[in-house]
Design a protein. Structure first.
Ligand SMILES: C[S@@+](CC[C@H](N)C(=O)[O-])C[C@H]1O[C@@H](n2cnc3c(N)ncnc32)[C@H](O)[C@@H]1O
Length: 307
């Protein structure tokens, strides 16, 4: 393991090729400290990871009580991400009253204050970060109590997760433009939050959904070129469109210039190995964050808020 501060990356085994490619292109040399957990001597964010911990420190300890005491001196709120010597880590987490990784109820009013996180590298050594990307959801796992009746697709879980992590929620009464909306899982989420949603897709959405929510409206068309009137009215733009990120990029760059738009949440979907230059261009937009969500497939989620 590299000496001194650096980063930890929690990867998804199915996407290890993306992670390896991204690390290589960014010049990040990594070392696996536990299955799926990699450390690096530099602090460079990589996006094909379930969680990214910057500014990690190593901490030697002699006992569970000693580890808990040392961590408590560093911060009040802790999460445990699993890893090597799992049971020992769990005992430290219990001694620390660390946040348990349990099923979440989706709640737009829930507050998720900053939280530090740790994992064990050996029996008597742990690695911690005071600012892990996913906060209390250390390691990146986020399991919700599912809504099995309302949404017409499971894609709603991605929007729940992106909103929970970023704090970007469509608000009651806001005009939301949902691009590539069919069958309507994301629109269902926005509508249940009280937003006025315009759904755009080439194919019609779930008919039952439109009947159930009068605040949903559907327009058939190309989500990359929404009607001007809809764009000028939109406050939040959502896109889970199955389209090339390279084509979505100029579109979001132009939508940012629309003064009413306060936030966007877009899935970046890739076929084959992703183009890291396109990902870097999305990441470079001021106010943007990129997550690989627990509920993402071969996708990243780009969240933008006006600063
Ligand atoms: C993964 S689905 C979206 C699922 C949806 N977010 C939900 O929650 O149910 C992707 C959608 O993108 C639509 N799509 C792909 N390219 C499009 C385009 N250029 N314009 C409009 N819709 C598009 C497809 O028709 C498909 O319905």
């Amino acid at each position: 393991m590299p000496a001194g501060p650096g980063a930890l990356y929690f990867i998804r085994p199915e996407l290890s090729q993306e992670f390896g490619d991204e690390a290589r292109q960014r010049g990040v040399r990594t070392h696996e400290i536990a299955p799926g957990i990699f450390s690096a001597g530099q602090d460079i964010p990589l996006y094909w990871v379930l969680d990214y911990w910057p500014q990690t420190e190593r901490l030697a300890f002699t006992s569970i009580g000693d580890a808990a005491k040392k961590l408590r001196a560093l911060g009040r709120r802790w999460a445990y991400a699993g890893g090597a010597s799992f049971r020992r880590g769990q005992l430290i987490a219990e001694a620390l009253k660390a946040k348990k990784q349990k099923q979440q109820e989706f709640s737009p009013t829930a507050v998720h204050p900053p939280c530090a996180a740790f994992t064990l590298s050996h029996e008597n050594e742990l690695v911690y970060s005071l600012a892990p990307l996913k906060g209390a959801f250390a390691g990146g796992k986020m399991i919700f109590a599912e809504d099995k009746k309302g949404p017409p697709s499971r894609a709603y879980l991605k929007l729940w997760e992106a909103a929970t992590l970023s704090g970007v929620y469509p608000q009651a009464g806001e005009a939301v433009l949902d691009l590539g909306a069919t069958p309507g899982g994301w629109s269902y989420v926005a509508a249940t939050l009280g937003a006025q949603v315009t759904m755009i897709d080439r194919s019609p959405p779930d008919a039952g959904l439109l009947k159930k929510f009068p605040r949903l409206r559907f327009i058939a068309g190309d989500g990359l070129k929404p009607p001007r009137a809809e764009l000028e009215h939109a406050v939040v733009i959502l896109s889970d469109m199955a389209c090339e990120p390279a084509k979505l990029l100029p579109a979001v760059q132009s939508w940012i210039t629309l003064p009413h738009v306060r936030a966007m949440i877009c899935t970046l979907k890739f076929h084959g190995l992703s183009d890291k230059r396109v990902i870097a261009a999305f990441a470079a937009i001021a106010g943007a964050k990129i997550y690989h969500l627990w509920h993402n497939g071969h996708e990243l989620t780009w969240v933008w808020q006006r600063l």
